[in-house]
Design a protein around this ligand. Structure first.
Ligand code: XLS
Ligand code: CA
Ligand code: CA
Length: 438
């Protein structure tokens, strides 16, 4: 069998290993917080970055060859499948995520695109069966082609809207055929540049309708996986409609879609919306909408979506803290929506990037578990609200005190005793202690 990557299978060698092609912290079968790490972390390969992205940016050509020795579009597509499965096998990654357009060339018509998809899907299924690799989620790319310049579900042109519907229908079909656990709506060009040419209420209503009929279609076909919306505040449009978790939740509630959708939270999108990654995960979790994660990181000095492999252990720990508090993943997982830097252009760099990301989240998981077992932070947070456990505080929680009762009580007090300290620095030092202490 052709090997695309001249790299051995990556194994766990432990924290003292200096072998760049080994895991130092990710030990797939080690039990952490009651489950093997591979089940807690559910790593996924992103088809588009790993098998598609060649390093092209707006200042220069690609630096990496992603044709995998293929000569025609379909030959390249087949070789990508083989290369992708080789990479997942060697890294011990059990899931992948894809856009329809990542898999095959679009050709000259929608018919040709769909025929190409019909040809590749059985080939992917064959490889999946060999290695028990599964599909975490699928999606349709509704942002790349010029036809989507004004959006897809929010397009000002009804034919474009229907074209998007056709792509979604087919992407749902292939996600189901591949046994996908989820389907993502990321609002690529669903947003606007100026209200001078945009009817925002009209566009949002259309977008919600497209989501509703997509859900109806898939559920009608027996799909039992999740639907996700992936928030992002800007890029490509100035005002993305799915700005952040809270905005998406309000949209879902307004259009009666809140029971059908969960959120796919991406770290880089969180920070672009001026929130922490943990904040976005937390908002999703406390609203019962936590679904899946796009694991990456941005650069705090750059204001765009750099999609870097995650190496920040502190952020990964706080993210995994939210995941554990959620009771772990159900259908979701950790998709590396991440790419090596343009100058990290070799196959080795792809492996080294995944190893770095997987080890980072393995550390994050272990630290989050330790933080929870340590208990100091959870106890402090709970105690901070102690005054709501008795007296008037308990009545507020029981919702049995009206405004006059509270006011009379406050008057009876005369003055409020000094609130206790928030102790932020102390709590941050506990996180450090858990991470670096004995
Ligand atoms: C782009 C998004 C995209 C989605 C899937 O910024 O992250 O890759 O995850 O369409
Ligand atoms: Ca993403
Ligand atoms: Ca991104």
């Amino acid at each position: 069998m052709t090997e695309f990557f001249n790299i051995p299978k990556i194994v766990y060698e432990g924290k003292d290993s200096k072998n760049p092609f080994a895991f130092k912290h990710y030990n797939a079968d080690e039990i952490v917080a009651g489950k093997p790490m591979k089940e807690q972390l559910k790593f996924a390969m992103s088809w588009w970055h790993t098998l598609g992205g060649d390093g092209t940016d707006m200042f220069g050509a690609g630096t990496a060859d992603k044709s995998f020795g293929g000569k025609t579009g379909m030959e390249i597509a087949r070789n990508k499948v083989l290369a992708g499965f080789e990479l997942m096998h060697k890294l011990g990654i059990s899931y992948f995520c894809f856009h329809d357009k990542d898999l095959v060339p679009e050709g000259d018509s929608l018919q040709e695109f769909q025929q190409n998809l019909d040809e590749i899907v059985p080939f992917i299924k064959e490889q999946m069966a060999k290695d028990s690799i599964r599909c975490l989620w699928g999606t349709a790319n509704l942002f790349n082609h010029p036809r989507y310049m004004h959006g897809a579900g929010t397009a000002c042109n009804a034919d474009v809207y229907c074209y998007a519907a056709a792509q979604i229908k087919k992407a749902l079909d292939i996600t189901m055929a591949l046994g996908g656990n989820g389907y993502v709506f990321w609002g690529g060009r669903e947003g606007y540049e100026t209200l001078l040419n945009t009817d925002m209420a009209f566009e949002l209503e259309n977008m919600a309708y497209l989501m509703k009929i997509a859900v109806e279609y898939a559920r009608g076909k027996g799909y039992t996986g999740d639907f996700y919306i992936e928030p992002k505040p800007k890029e490509p449009t100035k005002h993305q409609y799915d700005f952040d978790a809270a905005t998406v939740l309000a949209f879902l509630q307004k259009y009666g879609l809140e029971k059908d959708f969960k959120l796919n939270i991406e770290a880089n999108h969180a920070t672009l919306s001026a929130h922490t990654f943990q904040h976005e995960l937390h908002v999703a979790r406390i609203n019962g909408a936590f679904g899946s994660i796009d694991a990456n990181q941005g650069d705090p000095l750059l204001g765009w979506d750099t999609d870097q492999f995650p190496t920040n252990v502190y952020d990964a720990a706080l993210a995994m803290y939210e995941v554990l508090k959620n009771g772990g993943f159900t259908n979701g997982g950790l998709n590396f929506d991440a790419k090596p830097r343009r100058a990290s252009h070799t196959y080795e760099d792809i492996f080294l990037s995944y190893i770095a990301g997987m080890d980072t989240f393995a550390l994050g998981l272990k630290i989050a578990d330790k933080m929870i077992r340590d208990g100091r932070i959870d106890a402090f947070r709970a105690d901070r609200y102690a005054s709501f456990r008795e007296g008037m505080g308990a009545k507020i929680r029981a919702k049995t005190a009206d405004l006059c009762t509270l006011s009379d009580y406050a008057l009876s007090l005369g003055r409020v005793s000094e609130p206790s300290s928030g102790r932020q620095e102390y709590l941050e030092s506990i996180v450090n202690d858990v991470m670096f202490g004995g």
